[in-house]
Design a protein around this ligand. Structure first.
Ligand SMILES: [Zn+2]
Length: 319
């Protein structure tokens, strides 16, 4: 496990601490490597060669077990496919913390992500944090600290992870084999500067998907276009990403119109002056509302919604 360059300073400061807090909350936007930092810290705490939580040795029995993901004293709690952590895994965790015999002295719990806990699970965890089992360290991870219960937040020492300067992210992406400077620029724009999300954008079909959405949006503003074909194409895309890309495109246009910044994504140039500010804000609000629905776990009729959205864009809000 390698520490990312933008986490090096934080890692050094964690290593230099004599004692790791009993409950740590690593938070910051997605794509900064918080989970890797949590795993590395857990391995350091459990390492039998460095009981003071400095660099793990990668040689001892404990380090091998962590790397094989079968250390009896390391408890990873992650959200299910639904994106929610219910009370059952937290109850199982609490029992296991009291009943499991481990090697070494410490036990480490990683909860990734903390905001995935539903209310019952959060309350069960709170009890555990208030009366923690001996020699247990909780390392929790959150993309959105404001979504957490204040009672849970106040039990943890917060460790904010900030987005690295663009230059550091650019150098790192180039080291990962992303060659085109324009691709790096676009990827960082689309990922709010978070390097790991930017790398995923470069490597996956996401980049192609973004260009498809851009081209379809331009096509929708032309008088003769296959509206149904665009709607069907958008229905095959992951809904959350489709919404995210549309929002970013609209936001970039709005910034340009308002003079806040010049258009930083050149592929959007053909869209300039094609959409009114009133429509940009209206559609942006609608996209925010749908994102909120998706985050809240509501059932969404994506086909119906995308059909309506595409039609609205085609008629430019005249419906
Ligand atoms: Zn070790």
């Amino acid at each position: 496990m390698v520490i990312y360059p933008w986490l090096e300073t934080i890692w050094q400061s964690l290593k230099s601490r004599q004692n790791i807090p009993q409950a740590l909350l690593i938070h910051g936007q997605a794509g900064l490597g918080k989970s890797t930092l949590a795993q590395l810290l857990a391995q350091s705490i459990l390492c039998m060669a460095t009981p003071d939580a400095t660099q793990p040795c990668y040689q001892c029995r404990s380090c091998h077990l962590v790397q094989q993901q079968c250390h009896p004293g390391l408890f990873n709690v992650q959200s299910a496919e639904t994106g929610v952590i219910k009370i059952a895994p937290i109850r199982e965790l609490t029992q296991a913390l009291y009943n499991t015999v481990t090697i070494g002295r410490s036990k480490v719990v990683i909860i990734d992500l903390l905001e995935a806990l539903n209310v019952n699970a959060a309350n069960a965890l709170l009890k555990c944090l208030e009366e923690p089992p001996p020699h247990t360290v909780f390392i929790t991870v959150s993309h959105n600290i404001s979504a957490l219960l204040p009672t849970i937040r106040s039990r943890c020492i917060a460790l904010p992870i900030r987005t690295p300067p663009t230059e550091i992210a650019q150098i790192w992406l180039a080291q990962q084999g992303v060659e085109e400077a324009s691709t790096i620029h676009l990827a960082l724009q689309m990922s709010d500067g978070a390097p790991l999300r930017a790398l995923a954008f470069c490597r996956a079909a996401q980049q192609q998907m973004y260009h498809t959405v851009c081209q379809d949006l331009q096509a929708l503003l032309q008088p003769s276009v296959e509206v149904i074909a665009i709607s069907e194409r958008w229905q095959k895309l992951p809904l959350f990403l489709l919404i995210d890309y549309l929002q970013r495109i609209l936001h970039a246009l709005l910034c340009q119109y308002s003079g806040a910044s010049s258009l930083s994504l050149p592929e959007l140039m053909p869209l300039l002056n094609q959409i009114s500010i009133a429509n940009i804000t209206r559609w942006y609000d609608e996209l925010c509302g749908m994102k909120q629905h998706l985050r809240s776990g509501y059932n969404v009729n994506a086909q119906y919604w995308i059909d309506a959205l595409v039609t609205k864009i085609y008629f430019r809000g005249l419906l």
